[in-house]
Design a protein around this ligand. Structure first.
Ligand code: C2E
Ligand code: MG
Ligand code: MG
Length: 726
């Protein structure tokens, strides 16, 4: 009974264990089967080694009980053969040998047997023996599985393990550690010296110190250092280590993990480079320059030292791109960058490309396009800045070899000095920029110090003009949106797209400051086309996110009518955005209608036939002639914001506003009031039957994301109102 209970205990929690009994004597097999089956085993039989192998492959047993002496294939051979199969590598094999047959016992172990039992067999206890073998084999199997899992986890995490016992000066290392250290696979131990030799020379002392500190402080430690591969490659690793002490307080063992974080470090470095460095030239970009400038200014203030900022712009750089192509332009910019760094460094100031680190403040940076800035600190005299500028100017004028061609290029340089020409970063940059335009105005290829007289309007005009010229290609325009409200219910029914220009100094310039210039230079045509496309796409995006009826108003300049392609441009914008024409509202000024030319009239008719809405903007400020209102296919009037400023306090303003509303009503035109800033004005408009309103009372023009929030808020408000009403 006792026998069975032990065996049941072992086998009850798993499917019954299968034993393969291999013996040529039938009686032995019968005895084995009877006792083992009673103990809960499933028994298979084979009469010799060859049959055993066949059975083994077909039905892999959990245990093998095998006689040594058998015909065809004896026990030793069979045992060896089983060990060579993938399934049989760890199967427990109990060999039955003759009494005192020491040679057989040795041979049995040599052929891979797990254990042996001496014949004659006590069949009552052999069951116990097998059960314990099975239990041990399962425990070993579990251990192998966890070891494999641990190994996998360490491999996936690039995590190595080491153990160092100072007494034997040997480091025991895991498989992954071996990999990390670039040692021959299978290496299990190395000396401490060998380990230290793998550490990058710059970090070796530091790692040794960290280990020494570990011993003193009796704590765990985390260190980051580099390993040097045999081919000189660097590996970044993070090491966690601790030390174990014996009862006498003496350290007996250090142990630690080493994780290879090179990929992570590289990715981090890449992100840092992208965020702070210009990809083309490797110079710090504008963002890192601005951060650095702020700190440099503070330091200069503390030390009471001058700081000079040089703003460089290449003269007529565009012609290189246009004539030789962009890759030649890029190459030229790289060469310019490298000359700048060299000169600035040679003049006792340090340009700092990303591979180097310096504690000086001097900095060369690419601001974008063909503009570079140089910051000079620790100047003895302000005139030092002039000598640097002179050298820069001379050196940049040396011929360039680009694509096998000799190219000539010069630069215009503006200099602003802190604190005389500006205390804050912004004013310093702006004034250096203005001085640069002054240098351009004088024909380029020279440098100018900033002076206050430079803020003349002529210079400002020049500055604006040349910047505006590139604004579109540099993607510097943005659209803001202002809601148009239906007065009767307060719902947002439309958005007016209003252009903004974020120039390279990161200033947000309102349209009044650049649209007249864009009109003068004709740039308004491509800019206006960009506005149309962007606004239509934005409208569609809002339609798709749950506001399918929102109207989009876009301002048109009279110059856009003069080319006669406007309706094609508008159709293309609608087509690209898949926008329904009656959700586009084009705002025109009266001047377009007053022109006595055929072209605009034809153009308006074409637009109208597309189904687009047409509104007169700033109504009341121009001719306000009734006759043209009736001649053109208009949809609505927008009362100019100057009138609303005096509503309801100024009787004159009130009178004009009322007149415009009633005139629009009689012409069956919709009417929108612009510049609504007060509740009083809104009440007045409501009383007089004005349809829509737009103004700061509801919202200033805002970026698209904020406009979306306004839409959401407006919808929640509408939903609440409907809920209350029902
Ligand atoms: P607009 O079409 O009459 O645009 C309305 C202007 O009034 C906007 O100025 C807006 O910010 C301002 N405004 C709105 N509500 C109020 C208010 O309650 N009080 C006051 N004081 N002002 C308010 P913004 O954005 O500076 O635009 C100025 C003008 O620039 C526009 O006048 C329009 O004529 C022109 N513009 C804007 N974007 C474009 C465009 O994409 N193309 C063209 N051709 N012209 C544009
Ligand atoms: Mg407008
Ligand atoms: Mg207006």
């Amino acid at each position: 009974m006792a026998t069975n209970s032990v065996m049941t205990q072992v086998t009850k929690d798993v499917t019954p264990a299968r034993v393969l009994v291999i013996d040529d004597e039938e009686m032995q097999r019968l005895l084995a089967r009877t006792t083992l089956e009673q103990g809960g085993f499933v028994v298979d039989e084979a009469v010799h080694g060859a049959e055993a192998l066949e059975r083994f492959r077909k039905d892999v047993p959990d245990l093998v009980l095998m006689d040594v002496r058998m015909p065809v294939l004896n026990g030793f051979e069979a045992c060896k053969a089983i060990r060579q199969t993938p399934e049989g590598r760890h199967t427990p094999i109990l060999m039955l040998t003759g009494l005192d047959d020491v040679e057989s016992i040795e041979k049995a172990y040599a052929s891979g047997a797990t254990d042996f039992a001496v014949k004659p067999i006590n069949w009552l206890i052999i069951g116990h023996r097998l059960s314990y073998m099975l239990r041990a084999s399962r425990a070993a199997e579990q251990l192998r599985i966890s070891e494999a899992r641990l190994g996998n986890a360490q491999r996936i995490a690039h995590l190595g393990y080491w153990e160092w016992r100072p007494l034997d000066n040997e480091l025991l290392i895991s498989q992954e550690m071996c990999q990390i250290l670039d040692l021959a696979s299978g290496t299990q131990t190395i000396t401490r010296e060998e380990f230290l030799a793998r550490i990058h020379a710059d970090d070796r002392d530091f790692v040794e110190e960290a280990l020494a500190r570990l011993q003193e402080e009796r704590d765990s430690s985390t260190t980051e250092y580099c390993l040097a591969g045999p081919d000189g490659t660097k590996k970044h690793v993070v090491q966690q280590a601790e030390v174990l002490f014996n009862q006498g307080g003496k350290e007996i063992c250090y142990q630690g993990t080493v994780q290879d974080v090179t990929e992570h470090k590289n990715a981090e470095e890449k992100i840092r480079l992208l965020a702070y460095y210009d990809v083309l030239t490797g110079l710090p970009n504008r963002r890192s320059f601005l951060e650095q400038l702020g700190m440099s200014i503070k330091r200069a203030q503390r030390r009471d030292e001058p700081l000079a900022m040089l703003f460089l712009d290449l003269d007529r750089f565009k012609r290189i791109n246009d004539s030789l192509g962009h890759s030649a332009g890029d190459e030229l910019l790289r060469e310019v960058a490298s000359r700048l760094v060299k000169i600035v460094r040679a003049t006792d100031c340090v340009g700092r490309p990303f591979s180097e680190d310096s504690h000086r403040d001097d900095l060369v940076s690419r601001f974008g396009g063909d503009e570079f800035v140089v910051l000079l600190s620790e100047l003895n005299r302000v005139s030092d800045a002039a000598s640097v500028a002179r050298r820069l100017s001379e050196d940049l004028a040396r011929p360039y070899e680009i694509d096998g061609q000799t190219v000539l290029m010069t630069a215009s340089i503006g200099i602003a000095v802190h604190p005389n020409d500006g205390v804050g970063a912004e004013s310093l940059i702006r004034n250096a920029d203005t001085a640069m335009y002054c240098a351009k105005d004088r024909g380029g290829s020279n440098f100018q110090f900033y002076s206050e007289s430079m803020n003349s309007s002529a210079l400002e005009q020049l500055r604006l003009e040349s910047q505006l010229d590139e604004a579109l290609s540099r993607d510097e325009f943005e659209l803001f949106y202002q809601p148009q409200i239906e007065i009767s219910n307060g719902s947002i029914v439309g958005a007016e797209a209003l252009l903004r220009w974020r120039n390279r100094l990161d200033e947000l310039i309102p349209p009044a400051n650049f649209i007249p210039l864009a009109e003068e230079t004709g740039l308004i045509i491509p800019i206006g086309e960009w506005v149309l496309h962007s606004a239509c796409l934005q409208a569609t995006r809002w339609h798709e996110t749950g506001f399918p009826e929102l109207r989009m108003a876009v301002n048109l300049s009279s110059r856009q009518f003069s080319k006669g392609e406007l309706s094609t441009v508008v159709s293309a914008a609608l087509g690209e955005a898949k926008l329904t024409p009656d959700l586009l509202d084009l705002e025109l000024t009266e001047s377009i209608l007053m022109e006595d030319r055929e072209e605009p009239i034809r153009c308006l008719q074409e637009l109208k036939s597309l189904g687009i809405r047409l509104s007169i903007d700033d109504f009341g400020t121009g001719y306000s002639s009734l006759s043209y209102l009736t001649r053109f296919p208009l949809t609505s009037l927008k009362i100019d914001r100057s009138f609303l400023a005096g509503v309801p306090t100024n009787p004159q303003h009130v009178g004009v506003t009322r007149a415009i509303i009633s005139m629009a009503q009689s012409l069956e035109l919709k009417v929108t009031a612009e510049g609504v800033e007060t509740e009083e004005a809104l009440d007045f408009l409501r009383q007089h039957g004005c349809d829509e309103a737009q103004g700061f009372l509801f919202s200033r023009p805002v970026p698209a994301e904020e406009f979306y929030e306004l839409l959401e808020k407006n919808r929640r408000r509408d939903d609440d109102r409907i809920a209350i009403a029902s």
